[in-house]
Design a protein around this ligand. Structure first.
Ligand code: ADP
Ligand code: GLC
Length: 500
């Protein structure tokens, strides 16, 4: 047996240390699955303020790594912890860049120095690997915050023998976040000016760190097969479709897995009454508890209760949601929404909840335990996204016996099969056009089936048969790494002479 493939896994957020969305879930679970397959995976992320408060022991292992940023060389501390599976996780610390309340920005918008923050992280991660002699075979980067890593490897470090065998994989979790900055910031990130052209880091006169990841990586992946096709067209490519069409040969859609160790109703520490998947009685208890916790009308016990757990952004279909909420109240259904994000949606949703106390409950904030209780207590989960690269909540919902009502896009389309009342096949309800009426129709169909208890239980059982555990997806990533390592070794791609 050869040596284990070494993977340097870099992500701006990783569960359980720092999370704003599904990327953290993926960056927590995928390394575990890869490690259990025998790969040597190490994880790197910035040391944000919130990590300090976590009940894990994290050791300072390096006092001073010198990281170039513009004309300066700034010292970076490196800390380390080991997960219970034995995965080494490294944190890159610099107080003036990362010791802040949020990861990427606050109510006023993105932090003004995000380019500097994430350049520093990317460059620090590359230099640190070299310093400790971690000669990774593959660096696996996630979203725009890590897009500079492939760019550095192909420019600043292209002739450094330490990295000559290293391949890069860049995963798009959401093409809507493009890391756009003015041209004047190019010097700060230290990418040579010769890379500022339409086939390089340049994007409409400025720079895009997402594009850097797309252009300079050896392999591109995204988080569902459907989304990998969608983003090659303007509607979903959001300006990056041209770059992706050019790289279509190197683009793979791999469906995310669901982390069933964190999302298991039978062992969920956040529930009042954990229950075996499929237990109607267990579900009832949790529904009751949720109705009480959210001060909803007791009559909802016997009526449909819809849940939604989401970032509140236009991506997630908040406009549609707002349009149908009143209709839902008219239908005698209850709604529980947990979300945070754009202020206009927070305000609109809170206004509606004040109009319909007892029927519509809205909690603004990021609250993982409550997310679990909604997952367990609701009858249906709404995911009416405008676009959805993968989506994780619909997969978790299936495990909790909560029926997803989703828009047929991206990973939602790949994971949810519309229920057919005659054949009794399918695991949820889907609608097509991004409009309020089709969403409402899908909800009405769901409510109709809900009223027929036996058919509803059959639908829930269909959902329970789905297995989205990480093993299968992790195997696909491992195959991609293997083929990349082989192609690098055989000189097929990315040698120093390879023109960029
Ligand atoms: P995205 O990454 O686009 O936000 P996903 O469906 O992939 O969407 O992942 C969302 C993750 O974030 C899920 O684990 C979900 O439970 C969680 N989540 C979203 N909003 C909240 C919130 N307000 N409070 C707690 N968890 C949330
Ligand atoms: C993104 C996407 C979401 C996906 C998640 C993890 O935030 O919006 O669809 O599930 O990343 O890949």
């Amino acid at each position: 047996m050869g040596e284990a493939t070494k993977v340097w896994f870099l992500s701006p957020e990783v569960e359980p240390f720092a999370k704003t969305g599904g990327l953290a879930d993926v960056a927590g679970a995928l390394p575990r699955a890869l490690r259990s397959m025998g790969l040597d995976v190490r994880v790197g992320l910035p040391y944000y303020r919130r990590i300090k408060d976590q009940p894990v022991s994290i050791d300072l292992i390096l006092e001073k790594l010198e990281v170039p940023l513009g004309d300066l060389k700034l010292p970076c501390k490196v800390l380390e912890t080991k997960t219970k599976e034995g995965i080494r996780v490294y944190f890159f610390e610099r107080e003036d860049l990362f010791d802040r309340p949020q990861l990427y920005g606050n109510a006023e918008g993105d932090y003004y120095d995000n380019l500097e923050r994430f350049s520093f992280f990317c460059r620090g991660a590359i230099l640190f690997a070299k310093m400790i002699g971690f000669s990774f075979d593959v660096v696996h980067c996630h979203d725009w915050q890590t897009g500079l890593v492939p760019a550095y490897l192909r420019s600043v470090y292209r002739n450094d023998p330490f990295f000559s065998h290293a391949g890069s994989v860049f995963t798009i979790h959401n093409i809507g976040y493009q890391g756009l900055f003015p041209r004047a910031k190019l010097d700060a990130c230290g990418i040579p000016p010769r890379e500022f052209h339409p086939d390089g880091i340049e994007y409409w006169g400025g720079i895009s760190l997402l594009k850097a990841g797309l252009v300079y990586s050896d392999v591109i992946t995204t988080v569902s097969p459907r989304y990998s096709v969608e983003i090659q067209a303007p509607e979903f490519g959001l300006g990056m479709e041209g770059v992706l069409q050019k790289r279509a040969q190197d683009l793979h859609g791999i469906l995310n897995g669901a982390d069933y160790s964190a999302w298991d109703p039978g062992k969920d520490p956040h529930l009042v009454a954990p229950y075996e998947p499929g237990s109607a009685d267990g579900k009832k208890k949790n529904k009751l508890a949720l109705i009480e916790e959210m001060n909803l009308e007791a009559s909802l016990k016997a009526r449909p209760l819809l849940g939604m757990i989401s970032r509140l952004s236009s991506q997630k279909g908040c406009d549609l949601l707002v349009q149908v909420l009143e209709n839902l109240v008219g239908l005698d259904a209850g709604v529980v929404i947990l979300g945070s994000g754009e202020e206009k949606y927070e305000t609109m949703l809170l206004d509606i909840s004040r109009q319909y106390p007892g029927r519509v409950a809205v909690r603004i904030g990021f609250d993982d335990p409550l997310a679990h209780r909604i997952m367990a207590g609701a009858d249906m989960l709404l995911v009416p996204s405008q676009y959805e690269p993968c989506g994780l909540t619909q997969m978790y919902a299936l495990r909790y016996g909560t029926v997803p009502v989703v828009r047929a896009t991206g990973g939602l389309d790949d994971t949810i099969v519309d229920f057919d009342p005659l054949e009794k096949t399918g695991n949820g309800f889907k609608f097509g056009p991004y409009e309020a009426k089709p969403l409402l129709k899908a909800i009405l169909r769901a409510i109709d089936v809900f009223k027929d208890g036996e058919t509803w239980q059959g639908l829930i059982r269909n959902g329970l048969k789905e297995d989205f555990s990480w093993d299968r997806s992790a195997r696909k990533y491992a195959e991609i790494y293997d083929s990349l390592v082989r192609r690098k070794r055989e000189g097929e791609i990315g040698g120093p002479e390879d023109p960029v």
